[in-house]
Design a protein around this ligand. Structure first.
Ligand SMILES: O=C(O)CCC(=O)C(=O)O
Ligand SMILES: [Mn+2]
Length: 194
């Protein structure tokens, strides 16, 4: 449990993934059709300093710039991870966004996962593999609340729930010091009809 006013954050360290976290990282780096491009996903423009891939159930598509980004079908590995994350977070997931931060220059800007497709109080399970990049959280409404900096170790899962997205934004800042690759998987539930 991480103490942050108006947020529900639980960090699980060393979660059972079915294989070692470094083996899983190597497998995902090798097998994922990583892409980049001019895509807006969850309100963020994806000409980004990182690569990504989007998997999910057939209905869990995301509309952007008049187009629909269809999810790739679940691989056996990602489906197995999805079930593990559902048990851990006690919530259903029908999609996963993979982000690949190749080195210290790859990053994700400050944002909240508060798009209507995600529903009002989304449960998001965030599995980190590889380099333990700092995950920064800032309160959206109260400047007096101190920012948080959580290193997310390889094999850890951060579950964000409750009003976390209403009250906080988060980011993976660029780093000055060289670092190795990191892959993050955010398991989400997309409401197809919204
Ligand atoms: O890489 C991370 O830990 C965060 C990813 C994230 O915030 C997102 O995909 O929305
Ligand atoms: Mn996010």
């Amino acid at each position: 449990m991480i103490s942050a006013p108006g947020a529900a954050l639980v960090l699980h360290r060393a979660v059972a993934l079915g294989l070692a976290s470094d083996a899983l990282l190597a497998e995902l780096l090798r097998d994922t059709p990583w892409r980049t491009g001019d895509v807006v996903l969850f309100g963020k423009r994806y000409l980004q300093p990182r690569l990504f891939a989007w998997y999910g159930d057939p209905g869990a598509s995301y509309r952007y710039s008049g187009t629909t980004l269809e999810p790739l079908p679940w691989t056996a590995r990602l489906d197995d991870l999805r079930r593990r994350m559902e048990r851990l977070a006690d919530a259903p997931f029908n999609s996963v966004l993979l982000n690949y931060y190749r080195d210290q220059q790859d990053a994700m800007g400050l944002h909240a996962d508060d798009e209507p497709e995600l529903g009002d109080r989304p449960v998001i399970a965030s599995l980190s593999l590889g380099e333990a990049r700092p995950f920064r959280l800032r309160h959206r409404h109260d400047k007096a609340v101190k920012a948080l900096k959580l290193p997310l170790p390889s094999g850890s899962v951060l579950v964000m729930a409750g009003d976390t997205q209403v009250n906080w934004k988060h980011e993976i800042p660029r780093q000055a010091r060289p670092c190795g690759p990191r892959v993050n998987l955010t398991f989400r539930y997309i409401h197809p009809s919204r």
